[in-house]
Design a protein around this ligand. Structure first.
Ligand SMILES: *[C@@H]1O[C@H](CO)[C@@H](O)[C@H](O)[C@H]1NC(C)=O
Ligand SMILES: *[C@@H]1O[C@H](CO)[C@@H](O)[C@H](O)[C@H]1NC(C)=O
Ligand SMILES: *[C@@H]1O[C@H](CO)[C@@H](O)[C@H](O)[C@H]1NC(C)=O
Ligand SMILES: *[C@@H]1O[C@H](CO)[C@@H](O)[C@H](O)[C@H]1NC(C)=O
Ligand SMILES: *[C@@H]1O[C@H](CO)[C@@H](O)[C@H](O)[C@H]1NC(C)=O
Ligand SMILES: *[C@@H]1O[C@H](CO)[C@@H](O)[C@H](O)[C@H]1NC(C)=O
Ligand SMILES: *[C@@H]1O[C@H](CO)[C@@H](O)[C@H](O)[C@H]1NC(C)=O
Length: 537
């Protein structure tokens, strides 16, 4: 009987959560990632009191996020991801500080009152939806947190020893161990919840159904997804009824791709491409463009759908891009990759302010000392979001169209996704007396705009566009002017506001009407160099 009731509740949940967002609806979004404690302070706070190395609470809340959403929405983001909302460890300070980040779970079913009340979280969700934005919440089910290998279970949701795997340190060469053994160390242990136990599975399902409904959540980011038996996910995400993107901290495409699909998760965070972007673009660095183009090829072959993966350059676990790379053009080129290639772009708060802390805890800087300034990176991401929102909206199939690498060299790559051609380089800021001839798919004398600089480029004979680096290694993104109407960039009028894609059919007919469509459909695209000085390509 209980089983029947549960099934009914589960079914009811699916029916009533139809407004919740699916993978398809997330594909065209762009996400701003927030550690709630570090995004904004209430007025009257001490704005000089937060040092990441202290590893303690600084005072950000769900209310202060809600009160400061303009900064995110003005940059064109259409979703936020917030750190976990569940109750955390509240015991004595540990060797790794306090649970300011939200990942040290005590009881998932209770809210963390450090960050506000149930009404505050609802108000944040309502305000996001009023603005047409989505809410993604970070959830941790793999583990709870303790300070010994024999914790007192009474503060946890699951209080029976059988609901945990027995303590063992992870042997990273053993897949069973990765799933069953405990993350953390013996100072701060992360007791591994037994997600094979049917009672645990059903308790987690009821919880996530309730959480998503109560707070009108649009998507879930799943912590440590690699450390849970994959068959847990379809049921859990089904109960949530929303898009799930998992943390699978693995740069190997063969391994990582196994976590995407109907028998696993909708999507994962794109660690393989993150790793490749570091190899390709950081200065100093390996400057290995093949590392990136190889990963793109492998990913398109092995992932079920690369256009759903979450692309990022920073997060709460890896060093800031600015800690790995000193040249700002390296950041700009890598950012453009994430917005113009396959996948959902994610920006970790502070990246737009040029933060440059190392890994945990130095990459969890407070945002307020930046003054939320209108920096070059903020302006770049605003432009990229505006343009991508337009592409997603105006050409219904842009987001699902797979990118194609057009050319590559030691110093850069060119690729096409739909009707947009992107040319990136790792040569950095110093000017180079170099001109690149790019064979675009477009007819001679087509007028195009490079949407970052807003410079006009006329297509020459044989479809060529010349890109020069006399102003340094800037990223370049081209689109024919005739397709830029209503884009809202570079003087083209536009609502500059995200709208759900209507239908692919509309976009296809619009493209078919364009004079150069014949060329786009037919041409094989290639690049050559026309070098005047240093050989870069
Ligand atoms: C792998 O790890 C599991 C869980 O700790 C353990 O039971 C098993 O013996 C390990 N296998 C090998 C080959 O070490
Ligand atoms: C670049 O990365 C590829 C992996 O895709 C690797 O095979 C190659 O050895 C790397 N090249 C250098 C110079 O490190
Ligand atoms: C990297 O981060 C560490 C710690 O935050 C800092 O001391 C160092 O200066 C940073 N390096 C760069 C290049 O920013
Ligand atoms: C940031 O600066 C740019 C360039 O001056 C300007 O166009 C834009 O409106 C500014 N954005 C904000 C949010 O102030
Ligand atoms: C999205 O498409 C609709 C209908 O075609 C249009 O009215 C709206 O202005 C577009 N928005 C953007 C950002 O292009
Ligand atoms: C875009 O705008 C230009 C100038 O207003 C116009 O000539 C052209 O027909 C428009 N293109 C489309 C596809 O609407
Ligand atoms: C014209 O472009 C194609 C690639 O589209 C290229 O293979 C060919 O060499 C080019 N011809 C000339 C004369 O540049």
């Amino acid at each position: 009987m209980l089983h029947v009731v549960r099934q009914l509740l589960y079914f009811a949940a699916l029916v009533t959560s139809v407004s919740a967002a699916s993978a398809d609806q997330w594909r065209g979004r762009s996400i701003y990632q927030i550690i709630t404690d570090r995004y904004a302070l209430p007025s009257g706070s001490d704005f000089n009191a937060c040092d990441p190395k202290d590893q303690t609470w600084c005072g950000g809340t769900w209310n202060t996020i809600r009160e400061n959403l303009d900064y995110i929405q003005n940059a064109g983001f259409t979703a936020i991801w917030i750190s976990p909302v569940s109750q955390n460890y509240e015991g004595p300070r540990t060797a790794y500080g306090d649970a300011y980040h939200g990942y040290w779970i005590a009881d998932v079913t209770k809210l963390n009152d450090r960050f506000g009340t149930s009404d505050d979280l609802k108000a944040l969700s309502d305000e996001l939806h009023r603005r047409g934005m989505y809410l993604m919440v970070d959830v941790v089910v793999n583990n709870v947190m303790a300070t010994s290998t024999t914790p007192d279970l009474s503060t946890f949701l699951f209080q029976d020893e059988s609901q945990y795997h027995t303590y063992c340190p992870i042997d990273w060469t053993n897949d069973t161990s990765i799933i069953d053994c405990w993350l953390g160390d013996t100072t701060v242990t992360l007791p591994d919840v037994n997600t094979q136990d049917p009672d645990v599975v059903s308790a987690y399902q009821s919880w996530i159904t309730g959480l998503v409904q109560e707070y009108n959540i649009d998507g879930l980011r799943i912590d440590a997804a690699k450390h849970v038996n994959t068959d847990f996910w379809p049921k859990f995400c089904g109960a949530g009824g929303v898009f799930c993107i998992g943390e699978v901290f693995d740069d190997d495409v063969g391994q990582a791709s196994q976590y995407q699909g109907t028998d696993a998760l909708d999507s994962i965070l794109n660690y393989p491409i993150y790793d490749a972007l570091v190899s390709a673009f950081t200065i100093p660095g390996a400057l290995n463009i093949s590392a990136l183009t190889d990963k793109v090829a492998q990913s398109q072959q092995m992932f079920k759908d690369t256009t759903l993966l979450g692309n990022f350059l920073e997060d709460q676990d890896v060093p800031r891009w600015g800690n790995l790379s000193v040249d700002p053009q390296s950041l700009y080129n890598a950012m453009v990759y994430n917005w113009m290639s396959d996948g959902i772009p994610i920006l970790y708060y502070g990246q737009e302010q040029g933060f440059h802390g190392n890994s945990d805890p130095y990459n969890r800087e407070p945002l307020w000392p930046s003054g939320y300034a209108n920096t070059t990176a903020y302006q770049l991401v605003t432009k990229l979001n505006t343009f991508r929102n337009f592409l997603v909206n105006g050409t219904g199939d842009w987001a699902t169209t797979k990118m194609e690498i057009l050319t590559q060299s030691e110093y850069g790559l060119g690729f096409r996704k739909g009707n947009v051609v992107t040319v990136l380089t790792n040569i950095g800021s110093p000017p180079k007396d170099v001109t690149i001839a790019v064979y675009t798919p477009w007819e001679a004398s087509t007028s195009t705009t490079e949407i970052i600089s807003c410079e006009k480029y006329a297509v020459g004979s044989n479809g060529t566009i010349f890109v020069d680096y006399s102003a340094g290694g800037r990223p370049a993104v081209f689109m024919p002017d005739v397709l830029l109407n209503s884009s809202g960039v570079c003087g083209f009028e536009g609502p500059n506001q995200y709208v759900e894609p209507s239908s692919a059919a509309q976009a296809v007919s619009a493209a078919a009407a364009a004079p150069w469509a014949r060329v786009v459909m037919g041409a094989v695209v290639g690049f050559v160099m026309a070098v005047s000085g240093v050989l870069v390509w």
